[in-house]
Ligand binder design. Structure first.
Ligand code: NOJ
Ligand code: CA
Length: 517
């Protein structure tokens, strides 16, 4: 595989995802903002994270929380100005950290000026910027379409919600007259416009992008060949103009995205990765019931790992703004054990804001800004025990989303003061990862024990000068496995002591440990 050269900082990157609406409100309007984020950078750094992914912060009618962009080169006033964002970049860099913006290349808001122009019946520069059929009576196949809202005759393909028209990067194998090919002028113009947006923000100091729905840009492209070619073209532009920009895709198929020149891809709650088997299914592997099965996850992981030839990173998130909170299905000490796994796997780990304190999924909320069932995972951060948990000094009714109102809601302040808290455990785990290159992004992994319907999970991480055996038993009963390695030195442990006798290791219930071997 012809892979992209990786920026060196990804070798030991641990990311923190910030949903800007809900992180910290500096001006009491009830919604988070750039200045609020700046005021919490030291908190993120203290946890040990050295990189940030921030969800979209651009001008938008917010029908999909900002994933419906109406101006790619202007920040949404509610967060601050472009200058404020530039200041955020600088503040991040002053702390030796990096920040990725969220790039949404697949669609815009209906309010984007490109779309308004493309709705006109007279031909203009934007006529082919979106996917339109020739007649209102014909709909493009796929997600549905926008119809009857334009002077232009035709239906416009939708990419996600019905207010998000699909940008036109062409069809892999066009079969209707209105389907442009990837090398048509219209498709190329869209691609070049995307490069201009990237140029704009990279020039201003951002360190790269998380790319929304990266795998679905070219249409009728079942095995991804067209979309891979498109991203390779963008990779070439980056190599020439911004060689240190880091790129992570929301694709979920690392064998494809890494070929497209991405440095990293996420495992996601959709797609073929079996990610949900870990934390989000009827019997998750990391629940203490001990009825999960990790074998299919591991089989798929190994397949991707081999295919990607170790040239890119497979990133496992604790959660994100689209999934249920981790703590909805994994509880108590098992959250610590889940993080022992997340922070000892290869690739760059991503921690969703609030997951480090076990913030809860808030049940029963009315949808906010197109969140629907995702709204409960997007509630304002709980900093301390002051008004609105320190998120904002606005009246409670004005908060962007209602907070978790339970009396025992976790807060960052309380957990920072408590050595036995989830956050303190995560801080220790990150610190250990940062001391051992074998545990970092590019250390090799070899699964030692990952059997069907069985516990524990054991894998070996190795770097240039060390080998570390990770043993994880989330179940509430002892688990044994054949262990050919002498456990030389314990470098991390949560839970009971692991004994190895006659080649069999006995792992106490709810235990995670790392050993030099
Ligand atoms: C994936 C994003 O993560 C999600 O929040 C959004 O709604 C869709 N893509 C559409 O952009
Ligand atoms: Ca604010």
């Amino acid at each position: 595989m012809n892979a992209a050269k990786q920026p060196a900082w990804l070798d030991n990157a641990v990311f923190y995802e910030i949903y800007p609406q809900s992180f910290c409100d500096s001006n009491a309007d009830g919604i988070g903002d750039f200045d609020g984020i700046i005021s919490k950078l030291d908190y993120i750094k203290e946890l040990g994270c050295n990189a940030i992914w921030m969800n979209p912060c651009f001008e938008s009618p917010f029908g999909d929380a900002g994933y419906d962009v109406s101006d790619y080169c202007k920040t949404a006033p509610r967060y601050g100005t472009n200058e404020d964002l530039k200041r955020l970049f600088n503040e991040v860099h002053n702390r030796d950290m990096h920040i990725l913006l969220d790039l949404v290349p697949g669609h815009t808001s209906v309010e984007h000026k490109w779309f308004k122009q493309s709705m006109k019946s007279e031909r203009n520069e934007y006529t082919d910027r979106y996917i339109w059929t020739d007649s209102i009576w014909e709909e493009p196949t796929g997600y549905g379409s926008l119809r009857g809202i334009s002077d232009r005759d035709g239906s416009c393909a939708v990419n996600f919600f019905s207010h998000q028209p699909a940008l036109n990067y062409g069809y892999y194998a066009p079969c209707r007259p209105w389907q442009l090919s990837m090398d048509s002028d219209g498709a190329i113009a869209t691609r070049e416009a995307l490069k201009d947006i990237m140029r704009f923000w990279l020039g201003m100091g951002c360190d790269g992008f998380r790319v929304d729905m990266a795998g679905s840009l070219v249409k009728h492209d079942e095995d991804g060949k067209g979309t891979i070619a498109l991203w390779r073209n963008i990779r070439k532009f980056l190599d020439e103009e911004f060689p240190s920009a880091a790129m992570v895709s929301e694709w979920g198929e690392p064998d494809k995205s890494l070929q497209g020149g991405f440095h990293m891809d996420f495992l996601l709650h959709f797609g073929p990765s079996h990610y949900n088997d870990l934390f989000r299914c009827a019997e998750p592997f990391f629940s203490d019931r001990g009825r999960g099965d990790i074998s299919e996850f591991v089989a798929k992981y190994k397949e991707n790992y081999e295919k990607s030839e170790r040239k890119g990173l497979i990133c496992i998130p604790s959660g994100n703004h689209d999934m249920d909170r981790l703590s909805r299905s994994i509880r108590g000490d098992n959250l610590k054990i889940a993080f022992a796994f997340l922070l000892s796997m290869p690739g760059a780990p991503f921690i969703y804001y609030g997951d480090e304190i076990g913030m809860r999924y808030v049940e029963g909320l009315t949808s906010v800004e197109g969140g629907y069932n995702r709204t409960g995972s997007r509630t304002p951060m709980q900093w301390d025990d002051t008004t609105n948990a320190g998120f904002s000094s606005a009246p409670k009714e004005r908060l962007y989303i209602k907070q978790d109102e339970s009396k025992d809601r976790p807060t960052a302040k309380a957990q920072m003061a408590d050595e036995s808290s989830l956050r303190s455990e995560i801080k220790r785990l990150i610190a250990i990862r940062q001391c051992h290159t074998a545990l970092q992004s590019k250390g090799e992994i070899e699964f030692v024990f990952a059997e069907k319907n069985a516990y524990p999970l054991a894998f070996l991480r190795s770097g240039e000068s060390e080998r570390i055996l990770v043993i994880i038993n989330p179940a509430d009963r002892e688990a044994r496995f054949e262990c050919g390695h002498t456990l030389k030195k314990e470098i991390y442990r949560f839970g009971g002591k692991i004994n190895r006798q006659d080649g069999i290791a006995a792992v106490p219930p709810k235990t995670a440990a790392f050993f030099e071997v």
